[in-house]
Design a protein around this ligand. Sequence first.
Ligand code: FPP
Length: 239
Amino acid sequence: MTPPAHVAIIMDGNGRWAKARGLPRLAGHKAGVEALRKTVRAASAQGIRWLTVYAFSSENWSRPKSEVSDLMGLLKLFIRRDLAELHQNGVRVRIVGDRVGLKPDIAALLDEAETLTAGNVAINLVIAFNYGSRDEIVRAVRKIAEQAVAGQIAPNEISAETFAAALDTSDIPDPDLVIRTSGEMRLSNFLLWQAAYSEFVFMPCYWPDFTSEHLAEALEQFAARERRFGGLAARGVAS
Ligand code: FPP
């Protein structure tokens, strides 16, 4: 079974996982980071080339200040503690989302993770941080509008390709499979443009409980899907 090249995950349910155990939400997010570590290893072992995870959305700023600061702290800890190991294992780290307005220490860590791992080829770990699809699309539109005003692009030269090239994901392939945990069935402003032809697998387990077996199950469901990309037959199959 050929695995999908790009799997994107909405890691949902940390809070409910913690609540079910009478623990603070932070405990759920910490367990979520552990699940993320295991998932990167499992995805790499499965031969997945791109793994994108939704770590902090542009809407997550509306959570209580203490939770926002906990999530920022966990990201910093994740990069500080795990970067060397990720690098050793050939993981290339990429960040998508708006960097403007992030605290300088966070922005510096994100830059460091990308720079250190830029030459790695085992698997690409794309962390969507301060990411929201609508925000990404608006920033892309602004970029193109600025190019148009500067006379660098004519309106009739704007195509799906030139537009995609202005997104944060410009050199990242579209996700083949999007997984969301916790039983919620929505996209929540994640990769709206990029997921146009993605397959979706929704799993009831909370993110901290996600294991390599869940990933394997999602890949099996993906393998059973027929992708037509708007056409009549599966790509590459003549009929
Ligand atoms: C959803 O759970 C999860 C998040 C908002 C953030 C995901 C973050 C992590 C897995 C840890 C941090 C990641 C990195 C890379 C350091 P929720 O809080 O919405 O859960 P709920 O819906 O049950 O309340």
